[in-house]
Design a protein around this ligand. Structure first.
Ligand SMILES: [Zn+2]
Length: 359
């Protein structure tokens, strides 16, 4: 009798009972997977078929408070955020960011060395990005839309505040004793002062006094660097680190637990997505100490409190050494946050520890 099972809403088959049983054993077909064979009037979950009730290991029930596990195979954020904690942390974070903005404006106003001033926007943007990350990690925000809004609020507020701080310093230098908050609360006056400073020209460099369009160009470039870094850094550092709803804690990333050698990308991705550990074990491994070449890298994120939430990322890595001996690496994520049981996660780690000749 031929059997079929569904994978990503597609019927897969036909196959004999033995083959289906093998897929059940390695976890490709799960108790909840819809299957069909002769004698059934409709597609049914595998676990309900009498011939599989003993064979199919049924997973433990999900904890009641695990709305983070919406996708059945891949981790998804629950969308939750503690409202009070989020507001309190965001206010504190923005206040700290405004202090940094003031220091940045002070640096740009006081430091006479152009090269240092040129580096400052990178430092400021970097700190701003790091502060944003710190805020939502501490606030335990698991909603990407809230994270986006918060990042936007951080950038707009702080960028505006740095202008207010700079203008207040310019005005103070000209003998007008005005507080930075007074300037910040008068956007029209702030804008008029910026335009006047632009027309008058704030700097003389290499014997040339720059005004108007040149100054605008530098300011726009400065703003772009700050905003770009502040928006780019949070995903780099925070990425898609899962949050364990049961323990109310972020997972910890264990990068580079196993590596497979470079070959057909689809074979690796399919074996990983299907949790075909036999297939994965057959793939040539790349030593974890190897520093140049191409390979597929496995990263595991795990809740260290309960060990129940484990996810797997697979990245394509290409690392090469340049003439100066410096290694440059490019990476591309192929599998993101695939949910694993703790046994499956252990299995992946063991694959990385197997010593085999490097092809
Ligand atoms: Zn946990």
């Amino acid at each position: 009798m031929q059997r079929y099972y569904t994978k990503e809403a597609q019927a897969t088959g036909p196959m004999e009972h033995k083959e289906l049983a093998r897929l059940v054993l390695i976890g490709t077909v799960r108790p909840e997977t819809l299957v069909w064979r002769e004698g059934l009037s409709s597609w049914q979950p595998l676990g309900t078929l009498p011939e599989f009730q003993a064979a199919a290991p049924s997973p433990p029930p999900l904890p009641a408070s695990a709305p983070g596990l919406v996708g059945p195979r891949h981790y998804r954020y629950s969308g939750r955020y503690p409202v009070f904690r989020t507001c309190a942390t965001a206010i504190c974070g923005i206040m700290v960011a405004d202090c940094v903005a003031w220091l940045y404006a002070y640096g740009q106003f006081r430091i006479p060395y152009i090269y240092i001033c040129a580096i400052l926007p990178f430092v400021f943007g970097g700190i701003l990005g790091a502060l944003t990350v710190g805020t939502y990690v501490f606030a335990r925000i698991r909603s990407k839309s809230i994270v986006r809004k918060l990042t936007f609020a951080f950038v707009i507020n702080t960028y505006y505040f740095h202008w207010a701080a700079w203008v207040s310093m310019v005005l103070q230098q000209r003998g007008t004793d005005v507080h930075v908050l007074d300037v910040a609360l008068q956007p029209e006056a702030l804008w008029a002062t910026i335009l006047a400073a632009n027309a008058a020209g704030p700097w003389t460099l290499f014997g040339t006094h720059f005004t108007g369009g040149w100054v605008t160009a530098v300011w726009v470039l400065e703003g772009l660097i700050i905003v770009w870094l502040a928006l780019m850094l949070p995903p780099v550092f925070f990425g898609d680190l899962p949050f364990c709803e049961a323990c109310n804690a972020w997972c910890t990333k264990q990068a580079n637990v196993a590596r497979f050698s470079h070959q057909e990308e689809q074979i690796v991705v399919r074996a990983v997505e299907d949790k075909d550990f036999t297939g994965l074990a057959a793939l040539p491994q790349v030593a974890l100490s190897k520093d140049v070449g191409e390979w597929y890298q496995c990263d595991i994120e795990r809740c260290l409190k309960c060990n129940n939430l484990n996810t797997l990322d697979v990245l394509y890595v290409a690392a090469e050494r340049d003439q100066k001996g410096k290694i440059s690496t490019t990476t591309r994520k192929l599998v993101e946050n695939l949910l694993l049981t703790s046994t499956e996660a252990m299995h992946i780690k063991m694959l990385g520890q197997v010593k085999r000749p490097i092809p």
